[in-house]
Design a protein. Sequence first.
Lengths: 166, 166
Amino acid sequence: MAATLAPHSVEDVLELLRSRGGRVTTSRRVLLAALFEGGPHRTAEELAGEVQAQLTDVHLSTIYRNLDELERLGVIVHSHLGHGPATYHLASETHGHLVCEQCGTMLEVPEELFAALVRAARATYGFVVDARHFAVVGRCSACAALPARARGDVPAASRAEVSGSL
Amino acid sequence: MAATLAPHSVEDVLELLRSRGGRVTTSRRVLLAALFEGGPHRTAEELAGEVQAQLTDVHLSTIYRNLDELERLGVIVHSHLGHGPATYHLASETHGHLVCEQCGTMLEVPEELFAALVRAARATYGFVVDARHFAVVGRCSACAALPARARGDVPAASRAEVSGSL
DNA sequence: CACACTAATGCGAATGGCCCGCAACAGCGG
DNA sequence: CCGCTGTTGCGGGCCATTCGCATTAGTGTG
């Protein structure tokens, strides 16, 4: 709910913002443009980079504040993939994540994959699952094929390559 | 190896440790005792507290290093519940977590709850899910009943009370 | 049982991700 | 054009975790 504010154009969001007593600033406009144009899964820092490409003086903390605000408005959502920084994306582009804890590859998966879990959690515990917020970790098909507990031999060097070649 | 090292007594683990070229130190002994005796879901800092109650000079970084080591051996597992610090518990006491992002309450749930997801992920993507490592977030029955948009009004003050009254 | 070899530790400092307080600034309604 | 108040830049702070390094202490061996 929250009234399904999800699909918006930049202008729509700005208007929503204004209607809530917020103000339309350049940094917000640019941040929104970045969110709407670029791919999903960008970290605050990446987004900051994109914004700063056009507006050199935008401070990281402003990015965080604006991301928070947008999230409060229901426009975007952030997820924690693996151990690294959170990633942000439009609420309308929502999906689940499977992250390989061995090689760092990330798979985006449709929310339906979680349907049974969502149903069971609600039925059994009255708990409404938000399958998008935290990634589901495990091992991807390639790594799963390796000798099971090779983990000891392969330190977490992988982490550097989060999200593989996506 | 590779093999179900999960259920151990303190001594078993120490022996495993030694057999891998590791050394049995007092801090490890005490840390293991804490892990075996106390409840699940303790953070590194909490564990450090318990260890230091008996061995005043154990440094936090030693706790982290030992926890890492134990995890590498497959003796313990750590999970990320909500946004706070990670929690550690014995691999044998494994279960999933549902964390309410509104009030912070945590539910421990049997792994079966994830059975369908695990099956689907493997069937569709060849991905082997580890449902324990990251919590599944959402809203608990109480919070789900509230007007959906209360989020903006209730800052994340909740985090302090993680794990509610369990 | 002493020794050497090297794992483990204490310590402090650093890192990374994120948030805060404050004073200056800038939308927006009037 | 003004003033009210939301926003921003900036710098510093905080928390969880990690690192480097010199020192200490398990261990198998002789």
